[in-house]
Write a protein that binds this ligand. Sequence first.
Ligand code: ZN
Length: 326
Amino acid sequence: MSQNHPYLGLQLPSNAPFELKPSHGKGWGAFATRKIERGAKILEEKPLFVIRKHHDEITEEDVRKTFQQSTPRGKQQFLSLRDNAARPFSSMNYAFAENSFALSDNPPKHGLFLIHSRFNHSCIPNCNVPSTNGEIIASFATRDIVAGEEITFCYNTDFECRTRGDRHQVLRFTCECKACLPGTLFQQLSDTRRTLIRGLQYLTLGRDLDGQRQGSESPIIIDSQLKKAAENLAIQVSARLVYNLLVMSLLDEEELMNDFMIGRMYPGILILSTLFKTEGNARLARLAMEQKTWLEKLCVAFRLWGRGDVVDYGIALQLRMIHGPS
Ligand SMILES: [Zn+2]
């Protein structure tokens, strides 16, 4: 069946470190043809076409109009798109939805990407497609990838805080990655780790993933006093540092630590570690940040646990000014 598959006609850049071929149970996928070093760019791609609307506002008519304005080659490539069962898509809108990436939220803009859309999902991916301000997207290896390995990225941005069941509901398919394979110790630990990460984020931000507060029957923070303190941004600086470093250690164990995650999380943690005004605390925080691994940093920082700092009251006020009153 794959011998006549239209994806065989998709043109990859001549130096692409991967090939496209069927991936068991997942339609087609991208597989490394040589070793790809952590941090290396895997592919840069221009969209076949762009629709300037919110995802849920794009209609069949929008896609049809854009298609008609496309070049003959663009039309042919669009019509070569297939679903996971190798059938043509039942509608143009569906084909667009399954093969597009959000380029910007404000103003809304979605691009159809033929090759990056062949990359499959994993909840423990080896590649990242960072958001872009322009129209060209690029993918980067988040760890070393060996020849023959499938190249995957995570389709959602907050999956490090979601359990297997939660993720599958969003994905609308059953992922079979290491974090999703039922009956394994890693999978059970993975659900525990990701639930903890979500709770720790609530404690430091005072909000859940959607920016909202949980109701009084919070499944995330059961202790109502602790929940209230988090929502009032009244968590001590020492606890904040411990929570943040615990998140990093959990991400590390979950095999989700990479340069993008560090770039997102580390600056905030570094600032946090310099806020202490009580001398003994400041010294411990410095010592913690000097440690090599996230676990070692956490172990030293944990000696701050339960210690108040003269800066605590001022920080709560500052955070409330930034995030708004409770
Ligand atoms: Zn998975």
